[in-house]
Design a protein around this ligand. Structure first.
Ligand SMILES: C[S@@+](CC[C@H](N)C(=O)[O-])C[C@H]1O[C@@H](n2cnc3c(N)ncnc32)[C@H](O)[C@@H]1O
Length: 216
């Protein structure tokens, strides 16, 4: 698939140094609880369960979950298309000496690195343009970087088969109009099918508007 370059750019242009300075409060402090109905503690729990010391974080944002999980890393690689995100997360996680790579997950990755025991993919599928099967190309690009038995895990905000409250409806409408989100056709079933077609073991559950998944 050749995703529209303009749509790919719109999905991350919002992450400026200024917006990143209040991202954690706006998204993980307020939206998760009041709009997406999935408390941040659920996401931190997911990280605590699946993180390994040899970890690749795809679409790192501010790096909040890696910090909150409270573990150390022998090797930590951070991927993101947006250099503001990489700089912010790398600063926050500097004690782990992260290796940062500017990468578009919708293009094949050429990391030239050995395999990882865990890969995080949180809150980016709902940003990526295209249908679920087109978004999951990102997983195809990450899979060759996984060691045998490694786990890919993360979360995404769904746009279908959900019961959004008024704030969630307003945010979904505004973000999809701006191209920051592209999730109005995303649902749990297509995500589950896409993961099950790629991995032997898949766990997936919906909390509020959020799908939490792990696959190995
Ligand atoms: C909603 S933020 C989530 C950040 C973080 N994972 C979290 O949960 O807080 C989306 C992240 O995906 C990144 N992103 C968006 N499109 C991308 C793409 N095509 N390739 C790689 N990263 C992308 C953004 O730059 C941003 O860091």
């Amino acid at each position: 698939m050749t995703a529209d370059l303009d749509a790919i750019a719109k999905a991350h242009a919002i992450y400026t140094p200024l917006s990143l300075s209040f991202y954690d409060v706006a998204v993980h402090g307020l939206s998760n609880r009041f709009a997406w109905k999935c408390p941040t503690s659920k996401l931190v729990e997911l990280y605590r369960r699946h993180l390994s010391g040899n970890h690749l974080e795809a679409a790192v944002g501010t790096g909040l979950f890696l910090e909150r999980a409270g573990r150390s890393f022998d090797r930590l690689v951070l991927l993101d298309i947006n250099t503001n995100c990489l700089e912010m997360a790398a600063g926050r996680l500097r004690r782990f000496l992260p290796d940062c790579r500017q990468t578009n997950l919708l293009s094949p990755l050429s990391l030239g690195l050995g395999p990882f025991d865990s890969v995080g993919l949180t809150y980016v599928l709902h940003c990526l343009p295209g249908s679920m099967s087109e978004k999951l190309v990102a997983v195809d690009h990450l899979k060759p970087s996984m060691a045998k038995g490694a786990t890919l895990f993360g979360a995404t905000i769904l746009g279908q088969d959900i019961r959004p409250n008024a704030p969630a409806r307003a945010l979904l409408r505004a973000y999809n109009r701006q191209g920051v989100f592209n999730n109005l056709e995303d649902n749990l079933g297509t995500l589950r099918e896409g993961l099950e077609s790629r991995f032997a073991q898949v766990e997936i559950a919906q909390h509020g508007l959020v799908a939490l998944f792990s696959a190995s």
